[in-house]
Design a protein around this ligand. Structure first.
Ligand code: HEC
Ligand code: HEC
Length: 390
């Protein structure tokens, strides 16, 4: 239990007058930093030591991350969830969740990846808004079905603050050091800035920044177009049909006149300032395990810690990030068959292992209830209790 739960509310209540709101935030930042100093951040807490301005950004971000969107706000036509938090909430808001998204493709004569859509897109949305005439349906030709569980976002701002050069220095694409392990950095074009960057977020390390990932998620998971991803996306749905299903002008994510911020700015702030999960208690058994982990080579990919670069913000300036990942793409024989961004069908980014004790479900390819024949049907819809069913 922390101060906010003691007060009966997890986060400061919105006070009408601006000045008192800032004071309330100040008092809470001060008290919470005292608590954090005593016992470490709790799941879902912001990084300790935020300025009042950062705390306000975190809170605005949390609000938007929790907000359940409607068709009036741009939800759909096709979507996987109605809020970010619907998939990112275990063990606290920002965590993982039980809804697995589905990607599908087929294999060519030499076993190579062949997209089912000329766009190269492989995401098949689980749901659509009424009248459901823009519901993507996985064609019978699909021979690859990949399910992906959500990745928790705790500590994501620290991961973002790791310099590209550090990851490039870790890569060893052709196993030059002959330790039997090859891994490569995912070179991606950042959708928000157009820069060539080292991807680090997502199962295929498909994004380098939280702004771009959040914008991609807003469009791909919820169907809300934005400045970074301004076009609706639904595999197999023609632009003409899309116009009938979705009458709102793009982009749907517009600046809030009160704050001047877009939804995608708020998501990025929330994720950036979300604290990593602390480590469980470390006893002798844990210490022995850690030695074995290093001795048998797990740490070769699950790099115990990586340092962030220089930053004007002390929260991110040369901090050690104990994430247990090199954030590189590897072929460990579990590839999901999907070609995406820089990630080849057989490659997966080493998942971070911090906070693993809270990960439910653990496997990326969980036997999911929403199987191919069900996706988008009334049964799947009712099962997910997400939206009015056809
Ligand atoms: C339908 C469930 C679902 C919804 C809704 C959803 N996500 Fe996710 N999230 C996922 C899945 C699944 C992944 C892994 C995707 C992949 O790599 O292909 C993921 C991964 C991420 C990552 C990468 C984290 C990392 O460290 O690699 C970020 C960032 C993220 N989501 C942010 C968001 C934001 C912001 C929203 C709301 C706009 C959102 N997500 C909505 C399921 C969801
Ligand atoms: C060659 C690099 C490499 C080595 C060495 C390695 N891993 Fe991994 N690990 C990966 C990759 C890549 C995945 C993702 C696999 C997938 O989801 O298909 C993974 C997944 C995992 C997961 C699941 C995490 C999650 O969030 O789903 C755990 C746990 C794990 N590894 C532990 C270990 C342990 C313990 C060892 C040593 C015995 C080890 N790994 C050695 C690269 C590696």
């Amino acid at each position: 239990m922390n101060l906010f739960t003691l007060l009966g509310s997890r986060f400061p209540v919105r006070v009408q007058v601006r000045g008192s709101r800032i004071w309330a935030a100040l008092v809470i930042v001060f008290c919470s930093s005292l608590l954090v100093a005593q016992r470490g951040a709790l799941p879902g807490d912001p990084l300790p030591g935020l300025t009042p301005v950062e705390f306000e950004e975190f809170r605005l971000g949390l609000d938007d991350f929790l907000e359940v969107e409607t068709t009036e706000e741009g939800l759909g036509p096709a979507f996987n969830g109605t809020s970010c938090a619907v998939c990112h909430s275990v063990p606290a808001v920002g965590g993982t969740g039980a809804i697995a998204e589905v990607r599908a493709a087929s294999r060519g004569p030499r076993g190579e990846f062949v997209a089912l859509d000329p766009s190269g897109e492989s995401l098949f949305h689980l749901f659509s808004v009424p009248s459901h005439s823009c519901q993507p349906v996985i064609p019978a030709a699909a021979t690859i079905i990949a399910r992906r569980v959500p990745i928790p976002l705790f500590g994501a701002g620290l991961v973002e603050a790791i310099p590209d050069e550090t990851l490039l220095a870790l890569e060893d694409p052709v196993d030059r050091n002959r330790d039997g392990i090859s891994g490569r950095a995912a070179i991606v074009t950042d959708a928000a800035t157009g820069e060539r960057r080292v991807g680090r977020f997502g199962w295929k390390a498909q994004h380098a920044t939280l702004l771009s990932f959040g914008a991609d998620a807003y469009r791909n998971e919820m169907g809300i177009t934005n400045d970074v991803f301004p076009q609706e996306m639904a595999v197999g749905i023609s632009p003409d049909r899309m116009r009938i299903c979705d009458r709102l002008p793009e982009p749907e994510d517009i600046r809030d006149p009160r704050t001047g911020r877009r939804g995608i700015d708020n998501f990025a702030s929330f994720m950036k300032l979300l604290a990593p999960l602390g480590r469980g208690s470390v006893d002798d058994t844990v210490r022995v395990g850690e030695q074995v982990f290093a001795a048998i080579g797990c740490a070769a990919c699950h790099t115990p810690a990586i340092e962030t670069g220089p930053s004007g913000n002390p929260l991110f300036h040369h901090q050690m990030v104990p994430l247990f990942s090199d954030l590189l793409l590897h072929d460990v024989g579990t590839g999901d068959g999907i070609q995406q961004s820089a990630g080849a069908p057989e490659e997966i980014r080493t998942p971070a292992l911090w906070g693993l004790r809270f990960r439910r479900p653990l496997q990326r390819r969980r036997a999911d209830l929403l199987v191919r024949s069900w996706s988008g049907t009334p049964a799947a819809c009712a099962l997910a209790h997400l939206i009015e069913c056809p």
